[in-house]
Design a protein. Structure first.
Lengths: 239, 251
């Protein structure tokens, strides 16, 4: 341990201070991504189900929401939510300002809305590809729409959507790097600080690239395990 | 087939001939907007103190100059990658930067200052008064170093911005209590709004501003130094300065 500290003391760029800076950036990135994904998923599942509702008052607004958030860059959405809201007259005196004055929450809101839109489409696509026979069988048993969703459609749809969702999780991790443009010190923000301080772009950014890579591979590994487990019934039989 | 080939050839010829012309031009990098040093006039043309001064220097050394707009974050790597030959963008001369680039003699120095809401009554010299305040600075600037080293992350909540525009926007939006900026920049952005004022005394940080070159371009740096010296002596410098400043920034 002492020798490690001694080694770090002799290093221009990777000393104890900068590594702590990277660490706090790492924690922020993980918090931001994890919270966005969880909240996004909770929003997306009902939206994905209702997206194909026969009532246009329900399905059209969801369509518009998904269309907007998938059709515009996340960076633009972040700017709108971060800088745009602060321009609204008198917002500083409302209770919303407690949330909006810190950079973290506007950013979280932008990420949640963005990932929820993509996840909605994933859920909807998975529901749509439910084999007709399964639904007909459920109907033949006299199951109501609600029961059919719960017992037949959703369990298999969420399994089918998992590989696409794994991609969304990884995209979200990478997209979270734009949090650094609104003063949040996430992994990329930490790299930008250290880069600006030492004028060392390669060291600063290669280091965070390596961290992102490790996190990505960990996520891929977890999702593959999960897929193997919950989709075991779809795999070819082994001899 | 022949037709396609001739089109490709024509393109190649056009590309190489334009390259040959560009090689003679001296390219200068500026980070826009940084009023009143370099900014775009309403008609879109690049203007400002440094733009005028750089044009005067170019006339002096008899070179064709072209401005390249480059964000501050990547301005030194861009120089080293030969995207341009000179940084002429209010770059303060520091030891750390001098390890990577070659500086000319300083050609101006401006004070830095604190800005905040009028009547907020924050004493910026007292650590207790600024404790827990949100302070905005431009990332990687001398002002950033000053706040980081003199106050530190444990006293104030330092928010680092890439551009001065974003920083001013957040001060006006109420996300920042104080900002520490180059005085002229703050004067031409923050102080335009009457609700804000400069707080306390101006602070002198750094050794002034110089043009930055690649280390091996010593000849070009010598030419710039000679030209700047001449402009300072023959009054051309003062004339340009008076166009933009009510006070002297000459060094």
């Amino acid at each position: 341990m002492d020798s490690l500290i001694a080694l770090l003391d002799n290093n221009d760029i990777f000393n104890v201070t900068t590594l702590l800076h990277y660490w706090s950036g790492f924690v922020t990135t993980i918090q931001l991504v994890f919270l966005s994904l969880i909240i996004g998923l909770i929003i997306a599942v009902p939206l994905g189900i209702l997206r194909d509702s026969k009532n246009p008052l329900i399905s059209k607004p969801i369509w518009a929401y998904v269309y907007f958030f998938r059709g515009t860059p996340l960076l633009v959405q972040l700017y709108l939510i971060y800088y745009g809201t602060a321009q609204i007259n008198g917002i500083q005196d409302t209770i919303f300002w407690h949330i909006l004055s810190e950079a973290f929450y506007p950013c979280l809101i932008a990420f949640v809305l963005n990932t929820a839109a993509y996840t909605t489409e994933i859920v909807r696509g998975a529901i749509r590809s439910t084999p007709k026979g399964e639904i007909e069988a459920a109907k033949a048993y006299g199951m109501s729409w609600r029961l059919r969703m719960r017992r037949i459609v959703l369990p298999s749809a969420l399994r089918r959507g998992l590989p696409a969702y794994a991609n969304e999780v990884i995209f979200m991790l990478h997209a979270s790097s734009i949090a650094s443009v609104v003063t949040i010190v996430d992994l990329t923000g930490a790299a930008r600080d250290i880069y600006a301080r030492y004028y060392a772009p390669f060291e600063a950014f290669l280091f965070v690239a390596a961290i992102y890579l490790c996190v990505t591979f960990t996520l891929i590994f977890i999702f593959r395990k999960l897929e193997n487990r919950i989709m075991a019934h779809l795999q070819p039989l082994s001899h | 087939m022949m037709k396609k080939l001739s089109v490709v050839l024509a393109c190649l010829v056009a590309a190489t001939s334009s390259l040959a012309v560009a090689a003679d031009k001296l390219k200068l990098a500026v980070d826009v907007p940084y009023e009143p040093f370099e900014f775009k006039a309403p008609d879109g043309t690049l203007t400002g103190f440094e733009v005028d001064l750089a044009n005067a220097v170019c006339a002096e050394i008899k070179r064709d100059c072209e401005f390249v707009i480059q964000a501050w974050d990547g301005i030194i790597p861009g120089l080293l990658a030969r995207k341009y030959d000179v940084i002429f963008s209010s770059m303060s001369i520091t030891e750390e930067r001098a390890k990577k680039v070659l500086f000319s003699e300083g050609y101006y120095n401006t004070p830095s200052a604190w800005f905040g809401k009028k009547g907020a009554g924050i004493d910026v010299t007292s650590m207790d008064a600024v404790k827990g305040k949100k302070v905005g600075v431009q990332r990687g600037t001398l002002q950033d170093d000053y706040v980081t080293n003199n106050m530190g992350e444990s006293v104030v909540d330092i928010k680092r911005y890439t551009t001065a525009d974003d920083l001013v926007l957040d001060l006006q939006g109420g996300r920042l209590d104080l900002v520490f900026l180059d005085f002229p920049v703050g004067e031409s952005t923050i102080l335009k709004n009457e609700a804000y004022e400069a707080i306390g005394e101006n602070v002198q940080v750094g050794n002034g501003v110089g043009a930055a070159f690649r280390k091996r371009d010593t000849e070009l740096a010598d030419q710039f130094n000679a030209a700047l010296k001449k402009l300072k002596e023959n009054g051309a410098y003062d004339e340009i300065m008076k166009k933009y400043f009510a006070y002297s920034i000459k060094i």
